[in-house]
Design a binder for this molecule. Structure first.
Ligand code: ZN
Length: 412
């Protein structure tokens, strides 16, 4: 029997015990509040000493890897925010497949039917913050490693399967300092050949091969303060901004429709201005979230915003680029998309389709560093970052098996 047949047989015969072990491990991880918010919002979460506190889940991961005798590296830009990477396979200098999941979560938010940090199993689903995003998939990957060791198949892997539990995916401070994948790649601490990021939903029916560029612009209008009873002595920065906002709403981007990503998008997400009814506001600010498609350069987008500004008579504005990352799109004709399609069709009966997303994952950071990375994994895309987050246990088990089948194909 070849390794893949052995694995399929093992999963068939041991589904119940795999399930129980998964539920147990996910329950432990979800109980740890590894909430990651921007520093500005930290005080809203008094149980946190610092953002993320990923060490809480990291300790569970390290204990698990030690127990199954998988060696791991630990890289932390800051104490308490570890990235843990276990390696399986006989040849470290061969090809390397990275399977990373993140240990941090978004806050629970409101509207839950049950305690978000206490996993509830109901009708084949697990409910709780992080069950899908991303602790459930993390446990799928860990269990895959355990089963590989148990069946003594690890020595049949040429190259390395990298089992990774990472920090800092859910929030980014304005300083741009990254404690997770960005840190690992910038410092060249890991060097994978391929990566599969199980953080997109799509119920394993989609393969994320392209992501729009996420950019954030702040535009400030500059007026002149005056007493509210004598507005003619000032220049009202809010009225000035209102004219610009009307122009921006009408603005049509200059771009070519991308065959996977389609059109860019623009959201006016924030507006701030004015201090009191009896003061003519001296400044007003808007914050725009623009998702770009390939071909849209920073200069081009700024140029278009500038054109809107030029239409505002006597307007005085300042544009600031708060965040800029490039869109990426990889050619879907590649070995990783092929193996994902092949084994997924075999296991769940549906061949996943390549598609593009407006949101961003680790795949972008990795592709920017020339690692062939795609998003693929369990869960429904509507269950991310909402109340009553859930994941289907069967999907987690199937994903665990798929991780192994794919690894054996790519790393044989
Ligand atoms: Zn996530």
């Amino acid at each position: 029997m070849n390794p893949q047949e052995k694995l399929k047989k093992y999963f068939k015969e041991n589904r119940e015990s795999i399930k129980n072990e998964m539920v147990d491990l996910i329950t432990k991880m979800v109980a740890e509040k590894t909430v990651n918010v921007v520093s500005e919002k930290l005080s809203e979460h008094p149980y946190l000493k610092f953002r993320g506190e990923e060490y809480r889940v990291g300790n569970i991961v390290k204990k698990f890897l030690s127990e199954i005798d998988v060696k791991y590296d630990e890289f932390s830009r800051m104490e308490g925010r570890p990235n843990i990477i276990g390696g399986i396979g006989k040849n470290k200098s061969g090809k390397r497949l990275l399977m990373p999941a993140h240990m941090d979560i978004v806050p629970a938010g409101e509207g839950w039917d049950t305690d978000p940090f206490e996993v509830v199993e109901k009708d084949g689903m697990l409910y709780g913050r992080g069950t899908l995003d991303n602790k459930g998939p993390l446990v799928s990957i860990l269990l895959a490693a355990k089963i590989m060791k148990k069946l003594e198949l690890d020595q049949e892997i040429d190259g390395q399967l990298m089992i990774a539990a990472l920090a800092d995916e859910e929030a980014e401070d304005p300083d741009g300092i990254d404690y997770g994948i960005g840190y690992l790649m910038d410092e060249a601490l890991i060097d994978p050949t391929w990566a599969i990021i199980p953080d997109i939903g799509e119920n394993m029916k989609g393969i994320d091969i392209a992501e729009k560029g996420r950019t954030v612009f702040k535009i400030k209008s500059k007026g002149k303060q005056a007493h509210g009873s004598t507005p003619e002595l000032g220049i009202n920065a809010v009225f000035m901004m209102a004219k610009l906002v009307a122009e921006i709403e009408k603005m049509k981007f200059d771009y070519d429709v991308h065959d996977v990503l389609g059109h860019p998008s623009l959201n006016l997400g924030e507006i701030h201005g004015g201090a009191a009814p009896n003061i003519v506001p001296g400044t007003c600010e808007i914050i725009l979230d623009i998702r770009t498609v390939p071909g849209m350069t920073k200069e081009k987008v700024i140029g278009q915003l500038q054109k809107c500004i030029d239409k505002v008579e006597n307007g005085k504005f300042e544009i600031n680029v708060m965040a800029w990352n490039e869109p990426h799109a990889i050619n879907p004709d590649n070995e990783i998309v092929d193996v994902i399609k092949k084994y997924t069709k075999d296991i769940i009966g549906v061949e996943p389709k390549a598609f593009g997303m407006g949101g961003g994952t680790y795949a972008k950071t990795l592709n920017m560093k020339n690692v062939l990375a795609v998003g693929f994994g369990p869960g429904d895309d509507t269950a991310f970052h909402v109340e009553n987050e859930y994941v289907e246990i069967d999907q987690l088990i199937d994903f665990s098996l798929l991780t192994l089948l794919i690894a054996f194909d790519l790393l044989k």
